[in-house]
Design a protein around this ligand. Structure first.
Ligand code: N01
Length: 539
C-alpha cells in the first residue's frame, strides 16, 4: 500500500481524464475556485473518447451546436462547427482549441495512467499513483474517466495467433489504416461498427460483417451547416441552453405528448416518414410513449424493419439485419450514413453469428461453426466495459482499506452517481446512477461538474474538509434508479451494455438513471439547496 511521504507533490484536487469532463472540471476548480489542480491523462493529448476512437466514420450523433461547452459565451461564439454532426477530427480540434483558450495545458500531465489511489484517513488526503510509480497527493479526487473508455476485446479462442492486422475501434491507431485490396472482417454492429462499415466497404476488396444482434439504426442525414444557421445559433445560445436544460435527454427538443398506437395509422405513417426523411435522434422522439408502451414501440420497430427490407435487396441479408430481438431504443440505437445500403454492394458479406457462431480466430482468418474465412484484417467493433470499466481498472482504496471493486462486486452503488460511501472527497463525473449515457453527454457533464464545483465551494465556505454520502441515502438512491427503469421497456433488452451484459461475469444491474437529466438536475439542486441532504461533512 502507498504511504504519504515527502517526495509527493501536493495538490488541492486531482482530476483524472482529459475528455470533455476533465477539461471542464479542471477549468472550474482552477479558475472558479482557485484550487491548485492537476489533471492526469493516460493519452498523449486531450480528447478522451475522441482521442482514442479514430476509426473511419467516427462521428457524434448529437448535433454539433449542442455537443459542446455552454459555460463560456466567448467559446460558443468563437468556434464554428462545419457540419450538423461533428466528426472525430473536428471534435478533437475543438477540445484542443478550448484547452488552449483556457490555458489548461500547464496543469495537465499527459502519458500518466492512474493505477491506484488510496485514501489516508489520518491526513484526510488521497495519494494517487501512476503506472510508472509517480505519486501525487490531493484533498479531492475527481474521476472524469468517461463511461465508454475501457475497450471490450472479446477473448475469442486463437485471437493472438492471427498474423494479419487486428484493431479495436476504441483503440484505433493514429497512423492511417489502409483497406485497399484487403479482405476485412468487422465484428460487432453497434454505433461504431455501423459507422465504420460503409467507409471500409468503399475501399476494401471484401468486407465481411459478423453480426450478433441486429441493431436499429436511423439515417443521420448529415449536412454542412450554413452561415445563416451558425449566426442564428450564436445569437440564441441562451435559448438552446434553456431548451437542453428542460429536456430529459439534454437535447434541445422534447417528444410530443402523443402515443404511437393511439395515432391514426395514416397520420402515424406521415409522422414517421417525415421523421425518417429528416433523420437523426429526433426520429426516436416522434412520439411520447416509444420507451414505455410495448405496442407503440412495436409500431416504431416495424416501421424501421420495413425500411430495411425496402433498402436491402438480398432478402437473406435483409432478414438478418432486421430480425430484432429487443424493442427499439432499449439498446442504444445508431445513426448511420448508408449502413443498410452498403449491404447491396457485391464486396460486402454478412454473417449472422447467432446462427453460425464464431469458433476461433486462426492465423489466417476466422472460423465459424460452418465456414472458414481468410482475412488480412480483423476489426473488433465490440464496444466497451461501460460505466464501471475504466473506474475499476484503477485500484481505488477508501476508508479503512476498503476496495471500490469489492464494494461494487454485485454492481455499482453511488449516491446520485456522484459519490460512494466510504470514499470521502472522491467524486465521479457521469458515474453509474446518473443519467450519463442516456443523454447528450456534454450537458450531463456540465450539470455534474457544476454541482461538484459548487459542493467543494460550499465546503470551503463552511470550513468543511471531508464529504461522503450517508449509506442509507446511497441505498435509497439505488432503489430510485431501479424503480425509474421498471416503468420503461429497457429491462426487456437483456443483452445490453446498459446492464453490463456484454462483459462476461459482470454483475447485471441497470446502471444509468432513466428518470431524465431535467428531473435529475432538480433532485441534485434540491439536495444542494437543503445543505447537501444525504451527505455528511466534517472538519
Ligand atoms: O459498442 P456496442 P459500440 N462476439 O456495445 C457486438 C457510443 N458511441 O462501440 O449487441 C461478437 O454498442 C455486440 O453484439 P450484442 C454509443 O453510446 C457513440 O458500437 O452485444 N460480437 C454489438 O453488436 C454506443 O452505444 C457514437 O449482441 C460481439 C457490438 O459488438 C457506445 O458508444 C459512436 C461480442 C458492440 O456494440 C458503444 O458503441 C460510437 C462478441 N464477443 C459509439 N461482444 C456516436 O455518437 C460484443 N459484440 C455516433
Amino acid at each position: 500500500m502507498s504511504s504519504i511521504n515527502n517526495s509527493e507533490t501536493f495538490y488541492d484536487a486531482i482530476v483524472i481524464g482529459a475528455g470533455f469532463s476533465g477539461i471542464q472540471q479542471l477549468h472550474f476548480l482552477r479558475d472558479k475556485l482557485g484550487l491548485k489542480t492537476l489533471l492526469l491523462e493516460a493519452g498523449e493529448a486531450v480528447g478522451g473518447t475522441w482521442y482514442w476512437n479514430r476509426y473511419p466514420g467516427a462521428r457524434c450523433d448529437s448535433e454539433s451546436h449542442t455537443y459542446c461547452f455552454y459555460f463560456s459565451e466567448q467559446i460558443l461564439k468563437e468556434w464554428s462547427w462545419s457540419q450538423k454532426y461533428p466528426g472525430q477530427e473536428e471534435i478533437l480540434s475543438y477540445l484542443n482549441f478550448v484547452t488552449d483558450k483556457l490555458e489548461l495545458r500547464p496543469n495537465i500531465l499527459f502519458r500518466t495512467r492512474v493505477a491506484e489511489m488510496n485514501y489516508f484517513q489520518s491526513q484526510n488526503r488521497w495519494v494517487v499513483k501512476s503506472t510508472k510509480g509517480e505519486k501525487f497527493s490531493a484533498s479531492y479526487v475527481i474521476s472524469a474517466v468517461g463511461c465508454l473508455s475501457s475497450a471490450n476485446s472479446p477473448n475469442i479462442k486463437g485471437r493472438d495467433n492471427f498474423q494479419g492486422e487486428l484493431y479495436h475501434t476504441g483503440q484505433w491507431p493514429h497512423e492511417k489504416v489502409d483497406f485497399k485490396n484487403k479482405k476485412v472482417a468487422v465484428i460487432g454492429t453497434g454505433s461504431s461498427g455501423i459507422q465504420a462499415v460503409p467507409l471500409i466497404a468503399k475501399s476494401a476488396k471484401e468486407l465481411t460483417v459478423f453480426q450478433r444482434t441486429p441493431n436499429f439504426s436511423v439515417p443521420a442525414r448529415n449536412a454542412d451547416l450554413s452561415k445563416e444557421f451558425l449566426s442564428q445559433f450564436k445569437s440564441k445560445t441562451s435559448y438552446y441552453r434553456e431548451k437542453m436544460k428542460a429536456a430529459r435527454h439534454g437535447h434541445p427538443w422534447q417528444a410530443p405528448d402523443i402515443s404511437v398506437r393511439e395515432t391514426l395509422s395514416t397520420e402515424r405513417e406521415e409522422i414517421l416518414e417525415e421523421a425518417w426523411s429528416k433523420g437523426g435522434l429526433r426520429f426516436r422522439e416522434s412520439f411520447g410513449d416509444t420507451l414505455t408502451d410495448l405496442e407503440s414501440n412495436k409500431l416504431m420497430s416495424d416501421f424501421i424493419k420495413r425500411k430495411i427490407l425496402e433498402i436491402v435487396k438480398d432478402p437473406n441479408k435483409a432478414k438478418i439485419l432486421s430480425n430484432f430481438d429487443h424493442p427499439f431504443g432499449t439498446k442504444r440505437p445508431a445513426l448511420d450514413t448508408d449502413y443498410f445500403e452498403t449491404f447491396n454492394k457485391k464486396n460486402v458479406n454478412l454473417i449472422d453469428i447467432r446462427q453460425d457462431p464464431i469458433q476461433e480466430i486462426t492465423n489466417v482468418g476466422l472460423e465459424t461453426e460452418s465456414q472458414k474465412f481468410d482475412f488480412d484484417m480483423i476489426i473488433f467493433a465490440t464496444g466497451f466495459d461501460a460505466l464501471t470499466g475504466s473506474l475499476l481498472k484503477m485500484e481505488i482504496i477508501g476508508e479503512g482499506g476498503r476496495r471500490l471493486a469489492d464494494d461494487w462486486k454485485d454492481g455499482p452503488r453511488t449516491y446520485l452517481g456522484l459519490q460512494v460511501a466510504g470514499f470521502p472527497n472522491f467524486f465521479i463525473v457521469t458515474g453509474p446512477g446518473s443519467p450519463s449515457v442516456l443523454t447528450n453527454m456534454p450537458q450531463a457533464i456540465d450539470q455534474n461538474v457544476s454541482w461538484i464545483t459548487d459542493c467543494i465551494s460550499y465546503m470551503k465556505e463552511n470550513n468543511f474538509s471531508k464529504i461522503e454520502p450517508k449509506k442509507e441515502f446511497m441505498s435509497d438512491w439505488m432503489e430510485q434508479v431501479q424503480k425509474a427503469v421498471e416503468g420503461t421497456l429497457f429491462p426487456i433488452a437483456k443483452h445490453s451494455w446498459y446492464l453490463g451484459a456484454n462483459i462476461p461475469g459482470k454483475p447485471q444491474v441497470f446502471m444509468p438513471y432513466v428518470g431524465g437529466l431535467n428531473q435529475y438536475r432538480k433532485i441534485c439542486d434540491d439536495v444542494a439547496a437543503t445543505g447537501y441532504n444525504g451527505f455528511q461533512f466534517s472538519t
